[in-house]
Design a protein around this ligand. Structure first.
Ligand code: KIV
Ligand code: ZN
Length: 557
């Protein structure tokens, strides 16, 4: 990189718009959406789509709810031409959907475009030519009047050819390509000139599309450019003002949103931001940004994964795992503090109230994603996430100190493997650590009786494979069982809950034991249909774990 980039790059000159109004506007309704996935998106692919894929994508766009779809650049290739013919001849265009096609300002290409559209009920013919000074000078060698003449002559021909096909309802769209780098006065002059030819009316509006062909400045500058055009274009009540942001500076979403505040009524873009270079503006993000403000975008992403997989298949491009609203990881929290906050949010969130889950701007369910992936456990995670998954998927509500104990066990495994643990991995580890502890003691049966002052208990256990009987008394069955074991341990904490609903619900008992021969407290867990049996199993689970780690306990055995 250069020490002084100013030698090579210039700052974009601000727009002199002292009376700008867009900063105090808010977006209150969705724009008219135009998907250009099949044109701009397709043009940008290493391997452009074949007809089958195009049809598949066209149907997807219709299912999502697009009413205006730019389907092709028919004069660019035979496949593009054939696809338009296919849509028309196979009657694949629904009554309420208008297709749009792109054409450059060249006579034979315009004629070919109209050939492709023969017999269509409704169409938008989208004419473009580049208008910025670098294009006028370097690419075309045309001055301003010649550039205007090119656009005007092309519009005249489009008007003529449209008149020759009176059974089609024609709409005209003009794009001063490279608008963002075009002098505003000149952009207005050329748009006014083509509109003068077309003569739009409030009943049959023309579309003026302002492309950020290349994003050249901060999005507020784009908003100023759009507001200036909005205020200065002729025929304003007879045209729909549209924007077409690209994402070179990574600001396409912001640019499209500010542009709507500045007067744009229509937005062109692609699903998940496919398109030339850094892509077109991502229509999914724009739509779901509206949705999370309580405004229905008029597009349906209830099954966003299906949309994503179709787009990936058609474009052969992967969607980034952190792509807003759709990436594999965007409804997932790895860090402990995030998991903890999400878990607490879910615990208090009531149905049919405003969504207030920390760190999650959108309910994953609304786009067909499940909570399953919300909390994932890796080495950054804390006890909150682990407890959340065990509660959500296995109906275990771990007491707080057990959460801490088990999270340390999980951490040790993850430090060794370096891998994330799924909910079922956690369950397997949990089972192994607490529920499958059968050595040296395994519960077989018990009988309780009431003595004069105490409860008494006879229990049969397996000890290292041998059957033994133990006896004890205490102020309750748990106390009696601990006394019967006679291992010098005490119950420090005990809790229980039912694991599932219904009459044959399992009970889960959690015990935390301490003892002179145990350096720090240890937990044990028992699951059984009988709560007393579950408690005894929990005590044995804790004792068995203690025997493994606490050598000094063995002297009691
Ligand atoms: O990005 C662009 O300028 C275009 C035009 C053809 C509208 O795609
Ligand atoms: Zn484009």
């Amino acid at each position: 990189m250069l020490k002084n980039p100013a030698q090579k790059y210039r700052q974009f000159a601000p727009i002199n718009l002292s009376e700008r109004t867009w900063p105090s506007k808010t977006i209150t309704h969705p724009p008219i959406w135009l998907s250009t996935d099949l044109r701009d998106g397709n043009q940008a692919l290493m391997e452009p789509m074949n007809i089958d894929k195009k049809v598949r994508l066209f149907k997807l766009l219709i299912n999502i709810g697009f009413k205006e779809i730019e389907v092709a650049f028919p004069s660019a290739s035979q496949t593009e031409f054939d696809f338009v013919r296919h849509l028309i001849e196979e009657k694949l265009i629904p009554e309420d959907v208008t297709i749009q096609v792109l054409t450059p300002a060249r006579e034979h290409l315009i004629r070919r475009t109209f050939e492709a559209l023969h017999g269509v009920k409704r169409a938008i013919v989208h004419l473009y030519n580049a208008t910025s000074s670098v294009f006028r000078r370097t690419v075309f060698g045309l001055d301003c009047p010649q550039t205007i003449n090119l656009a005007v002559t092309a519009t005249q021909l489009i008007k003529e050819l449209a008149t020759e096909q009176p059974n089609t309802h024609w709409q005209f769209q003009y794009s001063p390509e490279t608008f963002t780098a075009t002098e505003l006065n000149f952009a207005k002059e050329i748009c006014d000139a083509v509109l003068e030819v077309w003569q739009p009316t409030p009943q049959n509006k023309a579309i003026i599309n302002l492309p950020a062909t290349v994003e050249v400045a901060t999005p507020n500058v784009f908003a100023d450019q759009v507001e200036w055009m909005h205020n200065n274009l002729k025929f304003r009540d007879s045209l729909t003002l549209c924007v077409h942001p690209h994402n070179d500076r990574g600001c396409a979403i912001a640019a499209a949103e500010l542009a709507q505040m500045a007067g744009a009524e229509r937005v062109e873009g692609c699903l998940f931001g496919n398109g030339e270079r850094t892509g077109n503006v991502d229509l999914v993000t724009l739509a779901l940004n509206l949705y999370t403000q309580g405004i229905h975008p008029g597009l349906d992403f209830s099954n966003i994964n299906e949309v994503a997989r179709t787009i990936e298949n058609c474009t052969q491009l992967p969607i980034h795992p952190r792509h807003p609203y759709v990436g594999d990881l965007v409804f997932t929290a790895f860090s402990g503090s995030h998991q903890d906050a999400i878990k607490k949010g879910f615990a208090v969130q009531q149905p049919n109230t405003f969504w207030e889950i920390p760190y999650l701007p959108l309910d994953p369910k609304d786009v067909g994603r499940s909570y399953e992936s919300v909390v994932r456990v890796n080495s950054q995670s804390g006890k909150g996430g682990i407890a959340f998954l065990l509660e959500q998927d296995y109906n275990l509500v771990l007491p707080r100190r057990l959460q801490i104990e088990f999270s340390q066990i999980v951490q040790t495994v993850m430090d060794a493997t370096g891998k994330e643990m799924s909910s079922s991995d956690l369950w397997q580890l949990f089972e192994k650590e607490y529920l499958q502890q059968q050595e040296p003691f395994q519960y077989v049966s018990h009988q309780i009786y009431q003595s004069e002052e105490n409860q008494g208990l006879w229990a049969t256990l397996q000890k290292n494979g041998e059957t033994i009987a133990i006896h004890g008394e205490g102020n309750g069955p748990i106390d009696a069982f601990v006394n019967a074991l006679d291992l010098g341990v005490r119950i420090y904490n005990y809790s229980e809950h039912s694991r599932n609903r219904g009459s044959n619900a399992d009970a889960v008992a959690y015990v935390e034991i301490v003892g002179d021969s145990i350096s720090s407290s240890l937990h044990g867990i028992g699951i059984h249909s009988n709560i007393v049996t579950a408690s005894f199993i929990a005590i044995l689970s804790a004792v068995n774990r203690a025997v493994k780690t606490e050598v000094s306990l063995t002297k009691h055995l």
